[in-house]
Design a protein around this ligand. Structure first.
Ligand SMILES: NC(=O)c1ccc[n+]([C@@H]2O[C@H](COP(=O)([O-])OP(=O)(O)OC[C@H]3O[C@@H](n4cnc5c(N)ncnc54)[C@H](O)[C@@H]3O)[C@@H](O)[C@H]2O)c1
Length: 325
C-alpha cells in the first residue's frame, strides 16, 4: 500500500482502534463476557415473576442487586435468601419519584455505584376499552407502566454515565399486536419500546445502552392479580397457565420468568456491548402468525374467511388433481 493511501486511511484506522473496538482491551473469553461479576443492577418489580427470576439469574451471574418493589415481605425474603451483601431490598412504588430516588441513592451507595437498570415493575392495568375508559385507571396504568420508565431512567443517568451502563425495559408483545392485553396497557408498552429506541439514541454519548424486551405469554401471577385474586391464588393460577398454555405458541410451552431473565442478563452484559435501541421478542414464536402456520390441525384463516370447510377444500384439491391426470 502506498504511503499516500495509508495517510488517507489513517482517520479510519484510529477509529477502529478506539477504546470500544480494540479486541485487546476486551475481557477475555465468551463466558466472562456474559457474566455480570462486579456489576450492580437495580431491578424493579423484583419480588415476583419476571423480576424475581431476574434477581436469581443476575445473582448467579455475579451481580449485586438493588431490588425494588411494593411487596415488603417478599422483598425482605430476598435479602434473607441471598444475603444483604448481594441483594438489598427497598420498598419502592415506581409511581413515586421520591421512592425511586431513595432506592437508587441508597442502593448505589451500598454497592458503590450502578451499572444496570431493569425497569420491569408492572400490572395488567385498567381493563376498560376506549368507549368506557376509566380515566383514573388510565392515569395510574400510564404512571406505572410508562412514566416510571422515564423517571427511573432519568434518575439513574448520573450513576450510569460514570462508567457506561445498560437500561433494559420490559415491554410486551401487546406493543405489536392487538388482542393480547387491554388497550391502555398495550399503548403504554408500545411507549416503553419506543422510549427505549429514542433514549438509546440520546444516551449513546454517555455509553449507556437502552433496549426493550417484548415478552409473550409468561406464567406469572400477573394474570391472577389482574383478576383481583389473592397472591396465593394468583401464584396457583400461574402454575395452571404454565401447564395449559403450551399450545398458544410454536415453542409448544408457555414462557417462564427465567426465559425473560436470561435475555435481560444478556442485554445487561458486556457481550451485548454493540446492542442498543433494540426491541427483542421473547415469545416462543407466539407472534409469527395464526396458529395454522405452525399447527395444520388448527383452522386455516383463509379458508374460514372464504367459508370453505377443510373437507370441501380437500374435495377441491382431489378434483383438481383428477382433472390434471
Ligand atoms: N407475564 C406475562 O405474560 C407478561 C407479558 C408481557 C409483559 N409482562 C410485563 O412483565 C413485567 C413483570 O410482570 P410479571 O409477569 O412478572 O408479573 P408479576 O405480577 O409476577 O410481577 C410484577 C411485580 O411488579 C410489582 N409492582 C406492581 N406495581 C408496582 C409499583 N407501583 N411499584 C413497584 N413494584 C410494583 C409487583 O409487586 C410484582 O412483584 C410487567 O411490566 C408486565 O407488564 C408480563
Amino acid at each position: 500500500m502506498g504511503s499516500g493511501f495509508k495517510t488517507l486511511l489513517a482517520p479510519l484506522t484510529s477509529l477502529a482502534h478506539g477504546r470500544d473496538l480494540d479486541p485487546a482491551k476486551q475481557p477475555k473469553g465468551e463466558r466472562h463476557m456474559t457474566e455480570l461479576r462486579g456489576k450492580t443492577a437495580m431491578i424493579t418489580g423484583a419480588a415476583s415473576g419476571i423480576g424475581l427470576a431476574s434477581v436469581e439469574v443476575f445473582v448467579e451471574k455475579g451481580a449485586n442487586i438493588i431490588a425494588a418493589d411494593v411487596q415488603d415481605e417478599a422483598g425482605a425474603a430476598l435479602e434473607t435468601r441471598f444475603g444483604s451483601d448481594r441483594v438489598r431490598f427497598f420498598h419502592c412504588d415506581v409511581t413515586r419519584d421520591d421512592e425511586l430516588q431513595n432506592a437508587l441513592v441508597k442502593g448505589s451507595e451500598a454497592f458503590g455505584g450502578l451499572d444496570i437498570l431493569f425497569n420491569n415493575a408492572g400490572s395488567g392495568g385498567t381493563p376498560t376499552g376506549v368507549e368506557d375508559l376509566d380515566l383514573d385507571g388510565y392515569d395510574h396504568t400510564m404512571a406505572l407502566l410508562l412514566r416510571s420508565v422515564f423517571a427511573a431512567t432519568k434518575f439513574a443517568i448520573p450513576y450510569l454515565k460514570e462508567n457506561g451502563g445498560s437500561v433494559i425495559n420490559t415491554s410486551s408483545i401487546s406493543a405489536v399486536c392487538a388482542g393480547y392485553a387491554p388497550i391502555t396497557y398495550s399503548v403504554a408498552k408500545k411507549g416503553v419500546a419506543h422510549f427505549s429506541k429514542l433514549a438509546a439514541a440520546e444516551l449513546a454519548a454517555h455509553k449507556i445502552r437502552v433496549n426493550a424486551i417484548l415478552p409473550g405469554f409468561i406464567a406469572t401471577s400477573i394474570f391472577g392479580s389482574s383478576l383481583g385474586a389473592s397472591k396465593e391464588a394468583a401464584l396457583q393460577m400461574s402454575e395452571m397457565i404454565a401447564q395449559g398454555g403450551g399450545s398458544m405458541q410454536p415453542a409448544g410451552r408457555i414462557g417462564r420468568g427465567t426465559d425473560i431473565a436470561h435475555m435481560a442478563a444478556f442485554l445487561a452484559s458486556d457481550a451485548a456491548g454493540f446492542i442498543t435501541g433494540g426491541e427483542f421478542l421473547v415469545d416462543g414464536g407466539m407472534t409469527v402468525g395464526p396458529k395454522h402456520a405452525w399447527d395444520t390441525s388448527a383452522p386455516n384463516p383463509v379458508l374460514e374467511a372464504l367459508g370453505i370447510s377443510p373437507e370441501q377444500a380437500e374435495a377441491m384439491r382431489e378434483a383438481l388433481a383428477a382433472s390434471d391426470t
